[in-house]
Ligand binder design. Structure first.
Ligand code: KIV
Ligand code: ZN
Length: 561
């Protein structure tokens, strides 16, 4: 903002709570969860869900494990009313799931809401009225505190009167002082205690007080102070479930919820991926998986987050951003070389450690959880662009294509491939990486090529072989032969005999190519030129011996590039 704009803003007042206890708390168990996707989430969509889409979303929420689901504002529109009636009349609500309906504290709306839930096994009737000084002054034309409190009390009394009129339905009661986040605490308390006094909950039949962070005006620590203050002052606290409902205007919906739970709240309302008005509601996926990442069970199952996201994106017509915690496309992906290297080392170390102890605590650099636990594969973790490093390229060649390059070969291959990404100015696909690896380092056959070879095992000296090979040098065919203690060694001596040796072999590895359809072998030969240069070449062939010769020939050719 331009500094001249700042004069219209003011600091948000602190809460007087000298002995606050929430900073010392640790989250050790999950709260009760209530999804408000079908109400707060739906009402914020550019194109609200159709009834069929809502039914599909409801089933998804049930599958995820929500036991409380706000299904709408049935007095507000016929679609909402009809959707709720279909849920009830078609027996679509599982026995252990409680639906919740929202309604303003206005008589006709409350009556219509009771008609809508009649016949459901169990329903939470959630009434609200707005309480903040800003709302009282602007929206309710300078309404007094007393008149606003009275609206809450009148609504609560009407609800109490209507409960016995639908005896087939067990009704749970909930009140929200809407705009709690900028309501004076003593006034929010007056409204809540007034409603508690009307409803007279008991520890056996609790009611819910929901304290909405309707608009985030301040930092999460002040929100936590407000929640702790309310938890201390609410009457009949042991008969009241304190519920959080944060929005995300300052980008701190998750933080405010976590600190609010530390401050004593019992229940959380939110939506999948944080859909909701303006910057959205609390993202329940993030809070639940944050708890899981500390080993805390939540009752919610996000083990196949991708398929949840697919349904969500289809029915809401929104998309989950690429950097969204846990669910975003890129959140388990490392492009940077040093991160790739550390992740590869972490995953390799973990593979070894879990072999002896399957319960080894998770500990892979840069990954807060195991991506596989929410249905992500390791394939997407390391992707290659110009910022990537040798470890990342080696990881992709290994995991995706089955080539386990020797460690000292990583810098040579890595550099060439991320230089290529720099040239293209974009990320390389795993197939492009394989292609570049083959183009630059595998079976390079000019100016020297090995066309055929024959190995004769010497009977007089153990391990000695004779290699007779047919080669092409600068397009000219030649026959060469040499002896050695193995095929490579014999071939090197054959090159020497033809005046083609100005190097020595310093390392050699080979393995079967994993996952390849053609059961090939891969060999890697490192050579050192007489001038001191060291480099690797690779060979791939169905025969492991030919793969070795091709690797040597590749290295020989690369020395001449
Ligand atoms: O954000 C809010 O204040 C609400 C209330 C109706 C609970 O959605
Ligand atoms: Zn809301």
């Amino acid at each position: 903002m331009h500094p001249t704009s700042l004069s219209k803003y003011r600091p948000f007042p602190a809460v007087i709570l000298a002995d606050r206890s929430w900073p010392d708390q640790t989250l050790r168990h999950a709260p009760e969860w209530c999804s408000v996707d079908l109400r707060d989430g739906n009402q914020a969509l550019p194109q609200p869900m159709s009834i069929e889409e809502k039914l599909e979303f409801f089933d998804l929420l049930v599958r995820v494990g929500f036991k409380q689901i706000e299904v709408g504002f049935p007095s507000a529109a016929d679609t909402e009313f009809n959707f709720l009636r279909r849920l009830i009349d078609e027996n679509r609500i599982p026995e252990d799931v409680t639906i919740q309906v929202l309604v303003q504290t206005r008589e006709p709306l409350i009556r219509r809401t009771f008609e809508a839930i009649d016949g459901a096994k169990r329903a939470i009737v959630h009434i609200y009225n707005s309480t903040s000084p800003l709302q009282r002054r602007v929206t309710f034309s300078d309404a007094s505190r007393e008149s606003i409190r009275q609206i809450a009390i009148d609504g609560a009394e009407l609800v109490k009167k209507l409960v016995p009129t639908i005896p087939r339905t067990e009704v749970v009661l909930q009140y929200s002082p809407e705009s709690f986040s900028d309501t004076e605490l003593d006034f929010a308390l007056e409204c809540c205690n007034g409603v508690i006094d009307v409803w007279q909950p008991t520890p056996q039949k609790k009611m819910i007080i929901n304290l909405p962070d309707t608009v985030q005006w301040t930092t999460p620590n002040i929100h936590a102070d407000m929640i702790e203050w309310m938890c201390r002052h609410l009457c009949m606290r042991d008969s009241v479930i304190v519920s959080l409902h944060t929005h995300n205007d300052r980008g701190t919906g998750v933080a405010a919820t976590e600190l609010g739970l530390m401050a004593g709240a019992d229940r959380v309302e939110g939506t999948l991926f944080g859909n909701g008005e303006r910057t959205g509601n609390l993202d329940i996926v993030t809070v639940a998986l944050n708890l899981n990442s500390h080993g805390i069970p939540t009752g919610l199952d996000f083990s196949d987050l991708q398929s949840i996201r697919t349904v969500y994106e289809r029915v809401t017509r929104l998309s989950v951003p690429e950097r969204q915690p846990y669910a975003g496309e890129l959140v388990f992906t490392a492009f940077s070389g040093s991160h790739q290297d550390a992740i590869k080392k972490g995953l390799d170390r973990r593979a070894v450690e879990t072999e002896s102890d399957p319960d080894t605590p998770w500990g892979v650099p840069y990954l807060t959880i195991d991506p596989q636990d929410i249905g992500r594969s390791y394939e997407a973790i390391i992707r290659i662009n110009s910022q990537s490093g040798k470890g990342g390229v080696a990881y992709v060649l290994d995991r995706e294509h089955g080539f386990d390059l020797p460690k000292t070969m990583h810098p040579q291959v890595g550099k060439r491939i991320y230089d290529l990404a720099d040239e293209y100015g974009r990320e390389l696909t795993t197939d492009e990486i394989r292609e570049a690896f083959f183009g630059e380092f595998v079976n390079i056959a000019t100016p020297l090529d090995v066309i055929d070879y024959e190995l004769l095992h010497q009977t007089n000296e153990r391990g000695q072989v004779q290699c007779k090979a047919s080669i092409l040098l600068d397009g000219e065919k030649k026959a060469i032969e040499g002896f050695g203690n193995g095929p490579i060694n014999a071939f090197v001596h054959a090159l020497e005999g033809s005046g083609l040796k100005n190097f020595k072999v310093t390392d050699y590895r080979s393995h079967a190519v994993r996952g390849g359809s053609d059961a090939s072998a891969a060999s890697y030969v490192q050579v050192q030129h007489d001038d001191g240069r060291l480099l690797w070449g690779a060979g791939v062939d169905p025969s492991i011996e030919m793969a070795g010769l091709k690797a040597l020939v590749t290295a020989w050719n690369l020395l001449r590039v």
